[in-house]
Design a protein around this ligand. Sequence first.
Ligand SMILES: *[C@@H]1O[C@H](CO)[C@@H](O)[C@H](O)[C@H]1NC(C)=O
Ligand SMILES: *[C@@H]1O[C@H](CO)[C@@H](O)[C@H](O)[C@H]1NC(C)=O
Ligand SMILES: *[C@@H]1O[C@H](CO)[C@@H](O)[C@H](O)[C@H]1NC(C)=O
Ligand SMILES: *[C@@H]1O[C@H](CO)[C@@H](O)[C@H](O)[C@H]1NC(C)=O
Ligand SMILES: *[C@@H]1O[C@H](CO)[C@@H](O)[C@H](O)[C@H]1NC(C)=O
Length: 293
Amino acid sequence: MDRVWIFVFIGFVAVVLSSVSATLTINEISGPDYIEVGSQDELVLDCDFTAENEEDVVLKWFFNGLEQQIYQWIPQDPHAYALGVLKPMIDNSFKISNDPRTMLRALKFKEVTPELTGNYTCKVESTDSEQVMTKQVIIYSPATSFDMFLMGGDDEFPGDEIIFCDAKNILPKPEFNLYVSGVNGSLEEPEMFEVTKRVSPNDDGVYNMSITLAFNASYLDVGTTRFVCQLDIPGTNYSEVKSVEYFVDSLDLKRTTEGLTDNSLMTEDSGKDRISSSIYLVLLIVGSLVFAT
Ligand SMILES: *[C@@H]1O[C@H](CO)[C@@H](O)[C@H](O)[C@H]1NC(C)=O
Ligand SMILES: *[C@@H]1O[C@H](CO)[C@@H](O)[C@H](O)[C@H]1NC(C)=O
Ligand SMILES: *[C@@H]1O[C@H](CO)[C@@H](O)[C@H](O)[C@H]1NC(C)=O
Ligand SMILES: *[C@@H]1O[C@H](CO)[C@@H](O)[C@H](O)[C@H]1NC(C)=O
Ligand SMILES: *[C@@H]1O[C@H](CO)[C@@H](O)[C@H](O)[C@H]1NC(C)=O
């Protein structure tokens, strides 16, 4: 008799728990945060969700906010639907698993192009609940060239020194900045000098950027001053740094310069061929003036 009551009680608890434990959650969107153009030929973003004791579950993917829906799937349904601007690139038959409850939840792009850069939102809805999660993906292209030059450093007369940094064909828009290295190695904005930045994107969002710093070496501290140009694409691990050192002698204020290149990605480039560098610099400046007009 007691035993029967125990079974009834357990059964009652199980019924209560199962009706209470309806859950709809998105655990994560897995996939890359960034991809270099040309390094992969497909992109998969997997919306890992849990739906327990939920009715009428629908999974939707959106691009750049909740206005543009690009994908829809109803769990258990053998078909998913791609729609909107990215439709031609989406493989709506891609199965992430063989489980009919989850198999078509992932978004697969058959190619990786810069237009896929953006924010992807997965939204899972049921009769009485909804969950959203967003992930940003950046498709980037590193600079095809990145140069730094110092001109006028060997002059008798201070005041016409120029530092020029130039980076070409980067996508999307990078952060590009010139700093002066302080005594303790910290990088500071060169506030006392005039910095000119030129930014030119083309129609495809590919950027050429340059920075010109005109300065008067008489205002530099005695000793070595290091100028640093830093190029980064936010949201990716892409970063390149170049630097040039300028030396002011303590005794007779004689100025000499030393070229130096720090670079994690590109080959070393010594400061020895400064004459050809100067010619190249003049060509670059003339070139950018022509492009600017
Ligand atoms: C994507 O989201 C980030 C962070 O919220 C935002 O800064 C960025 O502008 C968004 N990009 C687009 C294309 O909406
Ligand atoms: C650079 O500064 C020195 C010292 O202040 C000054 O004599 C010289 O004229 C300046 N050069 C230019 C081009 O302004
Ligand atoms: C380095 O020195 C600058 C001033 O020259 C100071 O603002 C900065 O806080 C210092 N940084 C460190 C890490 O000590
Ligand atoms: C960037 O520079 C390259 C090489 O000089 C040139 O072919 C391209 O048209 C430039 N792009 C822009 C947007 O100015
Ligand atoms: C950036 O990260 C990728 C993997 O996410 C790695 O293969 C690559 O070497 C990294 N690049 C740099 C410059 O750290």
